[in-house]
Design a protein around this ligand. Structure first.
Ligand code: PMP
Length: 411
């Protein structure tokens, strides 16, 4: 998508051939983008060019193919740095996804944690940004404090200055909730955390699908996201960290590609990001992710956001019209991402989503890997519709029509 002026929902949709397929004889209405979104053809083409023309390992071979694959791999790193507004590409680590990135940071930081240290996590986190910290409580004796939620599931930051104390070493929060679509006030959190000398790790898995992020403006210390939710391939993700922090961390995995010198007795590791990329990386996926990020950066984000808000408004109005429906997060289209979780009185979300599937409408039902949040809200599961840039009014209308059919069956 190089010419941003020619943007239209239809031209965008044409880049996703998967949208032409049918499900149970019905046109596909895919609204589970928060789980995994589709990728445009340019991503598949970039990966297929690698596979068919220069497949080889990176940072090893001096022959032409090796040079080309290393260049393409490092070009993807430049794209990721630009996408996050990192100060340098040396701050970008390619991982297998957000889950891996959280585990990497939790393990590496914990090497310097002591009993009595505190970490602060919110109740609304995805399990990927919850369990690794919970394990540190068991393994290192650190205290894990929780940021509570309001009745709608958004974070309650009113007592934050008492939760983050001078014993706090780290605050780990998501940028956008995968359940409520609520946007976290990161500036407020980093202000308080840094004042107490704590670092801030941000799970950006649900934020990067909605446009480039500025880690410098957010003033955070670590930021992670997954390729497959940001129009890129599965099996790849990005972890960004401030260069001086990466230099101070011990490695996570050890092996080839991350050393300066190995002797029979000891090993000296590379510094910065290279210390964290042991072994052969997912090369085709990294190159595909680079293409996805270039594609995302070329989109006209002001227009896209207006368009997403228009679709959100249509969906919100329809949902709030349904009797007995409880919508989580903001009840307006502003100050939220287009992720809508709802509970319909006396209808289990698995039944709701099963019947929606008969109409070609794909929604996610369940606890969304956020059981502590479900517990806090007195829920077991919700149905969740999440909108991507290629969705259109017909997707929203199909969902609302199918929901009425669901109600006829279940009520
Ligand atoms: N955090 C959030 C907010 C998510 O939505 C997800 C995926 N549902 C993850 C972390 C985990 O991402 P991945 O499975 O790609 O590692």
């Amino acid at each position: 998508m190089s010419d941003t002026h020619n943007w239209s929902p239809e031209s965008l949709r044409r880049q996703f051939p998967i949208l032409d397929r049918k499900v149970h004889g019905e046109p596909l209405h895919y609204l589970d983008n928060a789980a995994t979104t589709f990728s445009p053809e340019c991503v598949h083409e970039a990966m297929s060019r690698y596979e068919n023309h220069y497949r080889s390992n990176v940072q090893r071979g001096v022959y032409q193919l090796g040079v080309e694959s290393t260049e393409a791999y490092e070009e993807a790193r430049n794209s990721a740095a630009k996408f996050l507004n990192a100060t340098s590409a040396d701050e970008i680590i390619f991982t297998s996804g957000t889950t891996f990135s959280v585990n990497l940071i939790a393990y590496c930081l914990s090497q310097s944690f002591k009993p009595g240290d505190e970490i602060v996590v919110s109740v609304a986190e995805h399990h990927s940004n919850f369990i690794p910290w919970q394990r540190l409580r068991e393994q290192c004796g650190v205290e894990m404090k929780l940021i509570p939620v309001l009745a709608n599931g958004s974070l309650d930051l009113s007592q934050l200055d008492t939760i983050i104390t001078d014993r706090c070493r780290l605050v780990a929060v998501s940028h956008i909730s995968n359940v409520t679509g609520s946007i976290t006030d990161l500036k407020h959190i980093t202000g308080l955390a840094h004042r107490q000398g704590a670092l801030v790790f941000v799970d950006g898995a649900q934020a990067t699908p909605h446009g480039p992020v500025d880690v410098q403006a957010l003033n955070v210390d670590f930021y992670a996201f997954s390729g497959h939710k940001s129009y890129g391939p599965t099996g790849v993700g990005v972890l960004w960290g401030r260069r001086e922090l990466l230099d101070a961390l011990p490695p996570f995995l050890t092996g080839g590609g991350m050393i300066e010198r190995v002797t029979a007795q000891t090993t000296r590791y590379l510094s910065g990001n290279r210390r964290f990329e042991a072994g052969t990386p997912p090369i085709a996926q990294v190159i595909g992710l680079g293409a996805a990020l270039d594609w995302l950066m070329a989109l006209p984000w002001q227009e896209i956001r207006d368009y997403e808000q228009k679709l959100s408004g249509r969906l919100l109005a329809g949902l709030l019209d349904i009797q007995g429906l409880r919508l989580l997060g903001e009840q307006a289209v502003t100050h939220r991402a287009p992720i809508f979780s709802f509970d319909i009185e006396s209808c289990h979300s698995h039944d709701v989503c099963q019947i929606l599937d008969d109409y070609g409408v794909a929604l996610r039902g369940g606890h969304h890997c956020a059981q502590p949040l479900m517990d806090a809200l007195g829920l077991v599961a919700t149905s969740r519709a999440s909108i991507a840039v290629f969705n259109n009014e017909s997707d929203i209308d199909a969902l609302l029509v199918a929901l009425n059919k669901v109600l006829e069956v279940l009520r």
